[in-house]
Design a protein around this ligand. Structure first.
Ligand code: PGA
Length: 249
């Protein structure tokens, strides 16, 4: 049975002290729940986050990672640097990485390979832009993003893949896909995975929805059979909102 996951992508927010404070509040207020809680603070605060969440049932993830094993890549972070501090989950392909840092599906395929080689779990983000949806091209865009970045993987690799469908037009805009739109796309994605990898992989892969998920819309979005959780931006920065979303299952 696939897992329910709610992941907070903190983006470039929260300094070291704020990271500690937010984690403390999440730990203090969180209720026993079968949903996996993931937090992704910025690189400089990952070690602090790992130390402050030890044994507390919270997974710490990185927001990005370089594809090379190491070398002359000023300002970049490798997979082994992350695993050496016990960070074993990484978000790859976020639309902000694609838009502002020119990450392509081909590059992301490399990053995914490197992460899997290091036994990391990947939360792979993808999603169409508004212009794609307006011309009814959104299913094609999603299919190509998945094909180009992930469909070279072996069946067995999929136990370390979590998908995060994030329509770009819904990220940070206050606009969300309607629950019906989310279900329609999640179902399309699962059917596609089924065609390429078969039932077992399709049934077991968690597909998260991201894009302006808030406490007041989470329940409705999560009530869809093919939505297995959320990737949360803005609302992950306040413990109460984030936990309300976690508890929405
Ligand atoms: P948002 O961000 O919840 O602020 O829309 C989601 C994301 O970027 O993952």
């Amino acid at each position: 049975m696939r897992k329910h996951i709610v992941a907070g992508n903190w983006k470039m927010h929260k300094n070291n002290q704020e990271t500690i404070a937010l984690l403390e509040e999440i730990i203090e207020k969180k209720e026993a729940n079968t949903t996996e809680i993931v937090v992704a603070p910025t690189f400089v605060n990952l070690l602090t986050a790992v130390e402050n969440t030890k044994g507390k049932g919270i997974t710490v993830a990185a927001q990005n990672m370089h594809q090379a094993e190491g070398g002359a890549f000023t300002g970049e972070i490798s997979a082994s640097m992350l695993t050496s501090i016990d960070v074993k989950t990484v978000i790859l392909g976020h639309s902000e990485r694609r838009a502002y840092f020119h990450e392509t599906d081909a590059l992301l395929a490399n990053k995914v390979d490197t992460a899997l080689k290091h036994n990391m779990r990947v939360i792979f983000c993808f999603g169409e832009e508004l212009k794609d949806r307006q011309i009814d091209n959104h299913f094609k865009v999603i299919e190509y993003q998945l094909r180009d970045a992930l469909f070279h993987l072996e069946k067995s690799d999929w136990s370390n893949i979590v998908l995060a469908y994030e329509p770009v037009w819904a990220i940070g805009t206050g606009e969300t896909a309607s629950p019906a739109q989310a279900q329609e796309m999640h179902k399309f994605i699962r059917t596609l995975i089924d065609k390429v990898y078969g039932h077992e992989v399709a049934d077991n892969v968690s597909i998260l929805y991201g894009g302006s998920v808030k406490p007041d819309n989470a329940k409705e979005i999560f009530s869809n059979p093919d939505v297995d959780g959320g990737l949360i931006g803005g609302a992950a920065l306040k413990a109460e909102d984030f936990l309300a979303i976690v508890n929405a299952f």
